[in-house]
Design a protein around this ligand. Structure first.
Ligand SMILES: Nc1nc2c(ncn2[C@@H]2O[C@H](COP(=O)(O)OP(=O)(O)OP(=O)(O)O)[C@@H](O)[C@H]2O)c(=O)[nH]1
Ligand SMILES: [Mg+2]
Length: 246
């Protein structure tokens, strides 16, 4: 490791019928129709500057990690279709706490982490962040996956690589999003995606990777679906049994 550690409803009211629990009275369960409508329900849960202050370590959570200013908070706002759920800013180092969001159930959470690699944070502060973030990444049992956010113009920094190596060793599923891909035309963006995949392969890093833009919405749906997989979120099936036209 270098001297820097990562510091950085629309619920449809349609009732679905689950007949498994009882013969006589089926239990009615409301499920969101789509990944987008599930994520749209996101609400702020809590913020903590320390690992100790995090909410109870139960259920499942996915954390957004990555270099400062890469676009973590903006990505959370975009996929939840809420402008100011997570605080985004031009000033690097904006997110200074571990911020929690839930989609109606406290056992499914998204976490916005402070960014790493921002040199202008006071040294003392930086060390505190590093420690707390390290504790969080190592000890948090409910952390099932990382979304590693990289600025598409500077993918796979030394620290990103270390983060991926660590996640691979810890057997933590990782999905990389290359943000700000709106800065590229379509073909160069695709080329960049291919090259990044190849570099990861060459480095022996296992993870999935996609393009993303909080500005024009590229890749939003892919990321939303990935999160439903990680958080094991059931959705209404597109064509419920018996819905086919005869
Ligand atoms: N063009 C473009 N700008 C983006 C995109 N995502 C984020 N930005 C901008 O990048 C800056 C940083 O975004 P944030 O979402 O605050 O970044 P962060 O990773 O949360 O930063 P820290 O909290 O400091 O770690 C802001 O000015 C955003 O408007 C994107 O997809 N495209
Ligand atoms: Mg942020």
């Amino acid at each position: 490791m270098t001297d820097e550690l990562p510091t950085d409803t629309a619920l449809t009211d349609t009732a679905l019928t689950d007949t498994a629990a009882t013969d006589a009275q089926p239990i009615k369960t409301s499920l969101p129709k789509t990944a987008a409508s599930w994520l749209q329900q996101a609400k702020f849960l809590t913020s903590s500057p320390t690992f100790k202050g995090c909410p109870p370590d139960m259920g499942l959570e996915v954390a957004f990690a990555g270099r400062s200013n890469a676009g973590k908070s903006s990505a959370i706002n975009k996929i939840t279709q809420q402008r100011q759920l997570a605080r985004a800013s031009k000033t690097p180092g904006r997110t200074q706490m571990i911020n929690y969001f839930t989609m109606g159930r406290e056992d499914q959470r998204l976490v916005d982490l402070p960014g790493y690699g921002y040199a202008q944070v006071p040294e003392k502060m930086k060390l505190i962040w590093q420690k707390e973030l390290e504790k969080y990444l190592v000890a948090r049992q409910s952390l099932v996956a990382l979304v590693l956010v990289m600025d598409a113009r500077r993918p796979l920094t030394e620290f990103d690589q270390q983060m991926l190596q660590w996640a691979n060793q810890a057997e933590l599923q990782t999905h990389v999003i290359l943000t700000k891909c709106d800065k590229f035309k379509r073909d160069p963006a695709r080329k960049l995606l291919r090259e990044t995949e190849q570099r990861m392969q060459a480095l022996g890093l296992k993870c999935s990777v996609q393009l993303f833009s909080s500005l024009n919405g590229d890749g939003v749906s892919d990321l939303q679906h990935k999160l439903t997989e990680f958080l094991e979120q059931p959705l209404q099936s597109a064509e419920p049994d018996g819905a086919q036209a005869s």
